[in-house]
Design a protein around this ligand. Structure first.
Ligand code: HEM
Length: 508
């Protein structure tokens, strides 16, 4: 019994010492830092779900004004929070080779599909996969997908016309609406599957997209394990909490590929390109898992983030009649110029729509904090802060406070105001450099930004052309950031009303 008590005491004491071991990490390096609390480090409010990661990191960012960087702790893991724009530029772009990875651990054995998403891949494998996927999302490929998205726009407009809640007291939740739209687009453009999210409440793709990123207890617990013991994820082969969804996706995709092969069907879409990769020489064995993984990347990354931006853009348009009016006028001008049809070229010419798109990405960046891992020792030099050079060690984690910088009045005056005029042709050249990260920056910048740009803009056009939008009384204004989600979300949702314009026939 005594041995048992002594053993347990030693174990608890050893664990305590281990938890505290890194506490003076930043002090020893001579970096300004926030003192960590036991177990949670500086992320206690996020762990207790009182604040989102974006809100906490923004707070640290604001409080460290004047510093080029700040040492913090994610539980016991030291993290360098960057503030200086030229240091950020070096990390993301100029010295990218020393900061190549995103620093997120997944077990490839437990998660064979998700772990092959470029976002999680590391080193040379990331480089190879990125180079293979980039040609599948060029401007020409996106243009070929344009008519498919237009078809989904028609379904969305029809839905808004017949759905009684759209123009009645109850209203519609914009993110739900947008997720129906984006998941149908992805199903159609990437896999040639006609989804019916606007007719069927159980449409498979939308349900999977919705469920995959939903917080779960298992996900919560594995967050602790990943952060405290990153290597355990691989050793114990712990899968992500929604592994069953990637398995389900694999089942659907395998059937689709088989059907195409057996019936000799070619659609010249993303899936065809992935099938074609099989016949090309590869620097690695291109197994079926790779094909499914690349498709899953499009599915996962293509729906959620775009739905966030589309829903916030609709909310801001609904909240300001002058913005809505100006945009409607721009749409009307294009309709006159292009004989009543919104073409790919017409969308490229819409500068005010583009400004709304950029301002939405500024005010509501879905990825509120970007991460990097130092993969080779490097010197961080901040020209505006002479004498504050710092040698960063291999393995050190980095946070880039996207939300904080996008809301910093030093870069964007009156940052809480939604003002598309910041991004009009003349104004955007005067914007400060290296403080806009809606799609990230450098070689790891968002792979799907062209597709996102096209589907979101078409979604906005089809709605504003056909409906006047108003904010429903259920929306909390000013918007509060949801605390249970790692991407940016609105607490309580964005509820809107859609009133059919009198002089418009149904059109995309
Ligand atoms: C408005 C919608 C979107 C936003 C705001 C967004 C934002 C981002 C951001 C901030 C990153 C990290 C970039 C970095 O670390 O420098 C990223 C990475 C990525 N995005 Fe997107 N994204 C969007 C849509 C899409 C779409 C539609 C796809 C796919 C079709 C996609 C695929 C990816 C991939 C694969 C990566 C990882 C790139 C890499 O690490 O090499 N994204 N995205």
């Amino acid at each position: 019994m005594l041995i048992y008590i002594i053993g347990t005491t030693l174990l608890v004491f050893g664990f305590y010492i281990w938890l505290r071991k890194n506490d003076d990490y930043w002090k020893k390096k001579g970096v300004n830092f926030l003192a960590p609390r036991l177990f949670v480090g500086n992320m206690g409010e996020m762990i207790l779900m009182k604040k989102s990661i974006g809100a906490i990191v923004t707070e640290f960012y604001k409080n460290a004004q004047g510093l080029p960087y700040l040492g913090i702790f994610n539980m016991r893991q030291p993290v360098l929070l960057l503030r200086d724009t030229s240091v950020i530029r070096n990390v993301l772009v100029s010295e990218f080779n020393k900061f190549r990875d995103n620093g997120i651990e997944l077990s490839e054995e437990a998660d064979p599909i998700l772990a092959k998403n470029p976002f999680f891949l590391k080193g040379d494998r990331w480089k190879i996969v990125r180079a293979q996927l980039t040609p599948l999302l060029t401007n020409a490929k996106i243009k070929a997908m344009f008519p498919l998205v237009q078809d989904v726009c028609k379904n969305m407009v029809n839905y808004l016309e017949r759905e009684p809640d759209a123009n009645e007291e109850h209203g519609l939740e914009a993110k739900e609406l947008a997720l129906k739209f984006t998941s149908d687009n992805v199903a159609s453009c990437a896999f040639g599957l006609e989804e019916h999210s606007f007719n069927d409440p159980n449409a498979e793709f939308r349900k999977m997209a919705e469920q995959f990123l939903k917080p779960t207890w298992f996900g919560y617990i594995s967050f602790f394990i990943t952060t405290l013991f990153p290597s355990l994820i691989k050793m114990l082969k712990i899968p992500n909490s929604q592994r069953h969804i990637s398995d389900k996706f694999k089942e659907i995709l395998t059937k689709t590929v088989k059907y195409r092969k057996n019936n000799n069907i070619r659609r010249n879409d993303y899936l065809d390109s992935l099938i074609e990769l099989k016949s090309k020489p590869m620097p690695y064995e291109y197994t079926d898992d790779y094909m499914v993984a690349h498709a899953f990347t499009f599915f996962l990354d293509g729906s959620e983030t775009s739905a966030i931006i589309l829903s916030f853009a609709l909310f801001e348009i609904a909240a300001d009649f002058s913005i809505e009016n100006k945009l409607k006028n721009e749409i009307d001008e294009m309709l006159i110029k292009y004989n009543g049809v919104i073409t790919f070229e017409a969308v490229q010419e819409m500068t005010y729509l583009d400004a709304i798109f950029s301002e939405t990405l500024r005010k509501y960046p879905p990825l509120m904090v970007m991460t990097r891992e130092c993969t080779e020792e490097a010197k961080l030099v901040a020209p505006d802060n002479p004498g504050q050079e710092f040698k960063i060690e291999k393995g050190c984690h980095i946070y880039i406070p996207v939300l904080g910088m996008h809301h910093d009045p030093q870069y964007y005056p009156d940052p809480e105001t939604f003002d598309p005029d910041r991004f009009t042709e003349n104004a955007k050249h005067a914007l400060p450099k290296n403080c806009f990260f809606g799609f990230g920056d450098g070689p790891r910048t968002c792979l799907g930004r062209r597709f996102a740009n096209m589907q979101i803009k078409l979604g906005i056009i089809s709605i504003v052309r056909n409906f006047e939008i108003r904010v429903n009384y259920k929306t909390k204004v000013p918007v509060e950031i949801a605390t249970d989600f790692f991407l940016l979300g609105a607490r309580g949702g964005l509820w809107l009303n859609f009133y059919k314009r009198k002089n418009e026939t149904t059109s995309n």
